[in-house]
Ligand binder design. Structure first.
Ligand code: OAD
Ligand code: ZN
Length: 257
């Protein structure tokens, strides 16, 4: 942690790129996906799925939208608060160190913490919009909210197809904005990966896109991907909030968290 703080202070790095996963929001009360026992995929028996990931598969949703709507009802943003880790990200932005925050999370807690919109790439989409899965016609925000809250399946007013929030499902393309931002990784002078198992592609491949000279930092409960294999990699095992708090003490930022 102290060598990371020293790197941030002494090199004056100004292009910090972040890669976030569900582990940054578990302390907000949102489960991650793959942690044994507590992860979402271990707790979906009530949805009677053929396999857990089916709830986020477009081919399954087309046949059976109810399981996803059940989950959407539980995970809908609004009741969860940003964590210390989200405050740290806001601080990076306030101090003009943040280049891009790539997130796989659909909880919008980065925005709620005050990270500017133009710094955030929601690689797996969000609940911010929705459309018909057949004719792609957008659907009204308020009506969608009403449907999710009352657990009714929203149907397209044009073709009758099911309506789905703009969350990227398995079998769907990632947003244009994500694809366009990939070349930015070349200008990163520090990559911090937090709370992700790095198992879902193409997101996980971002970690390979930074220059060899760019240190990669992993803050996670366990080792993931190949982080640790390069000479400049730093692996900080622990809870994001704890590691970030210690880092902020070293940086003299603890009062601003
Ligand atoms: P995962 O559940 O796969 O991984 C979360 C990682 O965070 C694991 O390595 C945990 O050990 C770690 N973790 C959990 N709590 C933590 C904490 N407090 N501090 C530090 N680490 C912690 O979640 P993601 O990698 O985000 O996609 O999953 C990627 C994608 O898979 C999701 O975006 C979602 C899912 O299917 C879609 O729905 C399209
Ligand atoms: Zn339609």
């Amino acid at each position: 942690i102290s060598s990371l703080a020293k790197y941030i202070k002494s090199t004056g790095c100004k292009n910090v790129v972040l890669m976030l996963g569900a582990g940054v929001s578990t302390s907000a009360g949102i489960p991650d996906f793959r942690s044994p026992e507590t992860g979402l995929y271990s707790n979906l028996a009530r949805l009677n799925l053929p396999h857990p990931e089916a709830v986020f598969e477009i081919s399954f949703f087309r046949k059976q939208p109810v399981p996803f709507y059940t989950l959407a009802h539980e995970l809908y943003p609004g009741k969860f608060r940003p964590t210390i880790t989200h405050s740290f990200i806001r601080l990076l932005a306030e101090k003009s160190l943040l280049h891009t925050c790539f997130t796989q999370n659909i909880d919008t807690l980065e925005r709620r913490a005050g990270v500017p919109d133009d710094k955030i790439i929601e690689a797996h989409g969000s609940f911010a919009g929705q459309r018909c899965i057949e004719c792609k016609q957008p659907y009204d925000d308020e009506k969608m909210k009403e449907h999710i809250f009352s657990m009714k399946i929203a149907k397209c007013e044009h073709c009758g197809g099911y309506v789905k929030p703009d969350i990227v499902f398995f079998g769907e393309e990632l947003p244009e904005k994500f694809i366009r931002a990939i070349p930015n990784l070349r200008s990163a002078d520090l990559l911090i990966i937090m709370g992700t198992s790095l198992t879902v592609y193409p997101f996980a491949s971002l970690a390979q896109r930074v220059d060899e000279s760019c240190p990669r930092v992993l803050i996670n409960l366990d080792h993931v991907g190949d982080i640790g294999s390069r000479a400049d990699d730093i692996v900080l095992l622990g809870k994001c909030d704890d590691v970030v708090k210690d880092l902020c003490v070293e940086l003299g930022w603890e009062d601003e968290l």
